[in-house]
Design a binder for this molecule. Structure first.
Ligand SMILES: Nc1ncnc2c1ncn2[C@@H]1O[C@H](COP(=O)(O)OP(=O)(O)OP(=O)(O)O)[C@@H](O)[C@H]1O
Length: 670
């Protein structure tokens, strides 16, 4: 590694090697200037736009050119991280970039050209053999902010549980398989990454893209009692694509926005860590939540910006992003920032003084990046890059920072791994497997009463056992998410539409003060009455947006209305429904009761998002500690509870919520 060896994060780039489709001549638009050759502390990556003659430069820690492959990147960048892992740290190597920029080639590699993960595993296995360590792997995929286990043939969903009090992350339901040889690893790894078996959700998406992650766990001890030592993450992020392009190659725009948002979220986290900010916005995406215990503290991060070798506007955006993230490392680079102006602006490569990034966050991000981490050479902007508490890309303004959040970051993080039985090939099954589930608490073991104020010190289900490696048996985690998911899904929102709904809901959040609980209950009561009113069964029931936050129900809803011919519409919970005139009473009843259920869930979540601490404590199952934690979460994000899944953040299961709601709301029917 170069002179930045001591740094927590290194942001480098790799220009994709030429392929048959991209002849050498096409690579002139991008060049690298390394002032001190291989030992350069920083390098400048320049992009020339042949049509306008403009040139833009971005400063990064290093950049590998087209001819420098993984065999060179590995010993310089990745091998030192492996040593850290064997010394008890976690390390994360991430490749991101435009679509087709060589991310998979860099991380995974191809036949005969091993990627960084494969080279790392070869080294790790050899070090493990020498030092008597045990190795296992997990593979996952993050699709639309949901994680799935890639070592499981059903690709069940993986849940991320955080024990904030103890600083632990639990990837609930993620399989681990022990590996002893590189052949064994390659078989598992490649089949998990490249298999066309998809979860049901994925099948519904013809051109889905996802982030793919590999975790290499290193254990000390022996097979009858191993303890986690460190882990190494490799993440191949989904390809970036400007969401505002006219043609996105058939890619779903919403999906694209989610992907871009999570790429920004990752950079925000790395920037905040580099800048030693007191608040690190891990909660902005599933991926950053999953990686949380590998990113903070003394853990190491290597970010690899993959750049297309021929002209690609999206690669420019990525280089810009990388350069900004690089600046989080307490460095101010006035010269290079003066150079970079407008080339990163989408569509138009000219004259604005403020650099903008496209995508879902563009409106806000453009405004904020202009003033926060400017690349325009404006001194104030350069200064802004070192201001603590600021972010590169910020969708919502975070008004206050929680001191407690910073305390949380400093807590020791341990790995709690959950092992599920997997259904891999016979060969895979032969390999010995991490066998003992760390814990197998079921929801039933956490009765509602256990979350009283006095006993709420356990915020999430946590392990009381150490992860152990056993030689043969594989034990199923009875509490894996396969069991939990159907219930959750029954009440959760459709991913795509709920995003829109959630954003709209922000309008209704009263941030200034929490209405009295009586008003809130009145509002719930109105909702319930509405749902139980004698409206003819085939008349559309108004969506919740017709009910105002102050508890009044619009007269338009209460007044009896002439039954209309129903039309397709987008109700509060995202799915387009038509109430058919010919529907049976049972269907009508089911539709209503499911709306009622959704309405209650929504009201409950809204209450958690807005109520005062005192009011929160009045809810069953909340208590002092949980109420305090909820307020902390609200400081980090104005609306932390968007769906039932988010309640796991405060250690509440769906079953508990339903029970609580039954108790809270039951009185309204009396
Ligand atoms: N350094 C390289 N040398 C030669 N060929 C490469 C190199 N990097 C990538 N390629 C080739 O370019 C193509 C795209 O690469 P790859 O699939 O790694 O891109 P990607 O960024 O992962 O794409 P996506 O965004 O679709 O996931 C592949 O055919 C790959 O073999």
């Amino acid at each position: 590694m170069g002179p930045n060896q001591g740094r927590k994060t290194r942001v480098i780039a790799k220009i994709k090697g030429f392929t048959d489709l991209e002849p050498e001549a096409s690579g002139k638009w991008i060049s690298v200037h390394r002032p001190k050759g291989d030992d350069s502390e920083t390098v400048a990556v320049s992009f020339g736009d042949e049509s306008t003659g403009r040139k833009e430069s971005y400063e990064l820690d290093y950049c590998y050119n087209r001819r420098e492959g993984n065999d060179l990147i590995f010993p310089r960048e990745v091998k030192p991280l492996i040593e850290d892992v064997f010394n008890g740290c976690n390390a994360t190597v991430m490749a991101y970039g435009a679509r087709g920029s060589g991310k998979t080639f860099t991380i995974q590699g191809s036949e005969g050209k091993p990627g960084l993960a494969v080279l790392a595993m070869t080294e790790i296995l050899s070090m493990a053999e020498e030092s008597g360590k045990l190795i296992s792997i997990s593979c996952y995929e993050v699709l639309k902010d949901h994680a799935y286990d890639l070592l499981d043939s059903d690709r069940h969903e993986v849940l991320v549980w955080e024990d904030v009090a103890r600083g632990k992350i639990q990837l609930k339901g993620l399989s681990q398989i022990a590996v002893k040889s590189i052949e064994e690893f390659q078989k598992l790894y490649f089949s998990s990454q490249n298999s066309h078996k998809q979860s049901q959700k994925m099948v519904a998406e013809p051109q889905y893209r996802s982030h793919k992650g590999l975790i290499i766990h290193v254990f000390r001890g022996n097979e009858s009692g191993a303890l986690p030592l460190g882990k190494m993450n490799f993440v191949d992020l989904a390809g970036y694509e400007d969401g505002r392009k006219k043609s996105t190659g058939g890619v779903n725009l919403l999906e694209n926005n989610i992907i871009n948002k999570s790429i920004y979220a990752l950079h925000n986290v790395v920037y905040a860590l580099n800048a030693n900010e007191s608040h690190v916005p891990y909660r902005e995406s599933k991926l950053t939540r999953m990686l949380r215990d590998s990113l903070g503290g003394t853990n190491k991060i290597l970010m690899i910006t993959c750049l297309n070798s021929s002209f690609c506007q999206d690669s420019l955006y990525m280089a810009n992003l990388a350069s900004r993230t690089c600046k989080g490392a307490n460095r101010i680079l006035p010269d290079s920032t003066k150079k970079a102006k407008s080339m990163v602006r989408p569509m138009v490569l000219s004259s604005s003084s403020k650099s903008r990034l496209p995508g879902s966050l563009s409106a806000t991000a453009a405004k904020q990046t202009g003033t926060r981490v400017g690349l325009s050479g404006n001194k104030a902007n350069v200064k802004a890059s070192t201001i603590k508490g600021r972010k590169l890309f910020d969708e919502v303004c975070h008004s206050t920072k929680s001191k407690k959040a910073s305390q949380k970051e400093s807590l020791p993080l341990e790995i709690i791994s959950t092992v599920t039985e997997h259904a891999m090939s016979k060969e895979a099954k032969k390999s010995s497997c991490i066998s003992e589930a760390v814990e197998s608490l079921t929801e039933d073991q956490y009765p509602l009463q256990s979350f009283s104020a006095e006993e709420s010190d356990v915020l999430v289900k946590t392990s009381t056992q150490e992860t152990k490696l056993l030689d043969k048996a594989k034990v199923t985690d009875e509490n894996n998410c396969e069991k939990a998911t159907p219930d959750i899904e029954a009440l959760s929102f459709d991913g795509a539409d709920s995003t829109i709904d959630k954003e709209n809901n922000l309008v209704f959040v009263n941030k200034d003060e929490s209405p009295p609980i009586s008003a809130r209950l009145q509002e719930l009561s109105n909702n319930l009455r509405l749902l139980f009113s004698s409206t003819p069964s085939c008349v559309e029931i108004q969506s919740k947006t017709d009910i105002s936050i102050d508890g009044r129900v619009s007269s338009e809803i209460l007044e009896p209305q002439t039954p209309k011919t129903p039309e397709p519409r987008l109700p509060a919970y995202g799915k387009s429904e038509i109430v058919d005139n010919s529907c049976s009473s049972w269907k009508a009843f089911s539709a209503r009761s499911s709306r009622m259920k959704n309405s209650l869930v929504d009201e409950y979540l809204r209450f958690l998002n807005t109520a005062s601490k005192e009011d929160l404590k009045r809810l069953k199952g909340i208590g002092e500690k949980r109420a305090t934690y909820i307020l902390e979460l609200r400081e980090e994000s104005p609306e932390p509870f968007k769906d039932l899944d988010d309640l796991k953040e405060i250690g509440m299961s769906e079953k508990q919520i339903k029970g609580i709601m039954k108790k809270e709301m039951g009185g309204l029917f009396n």
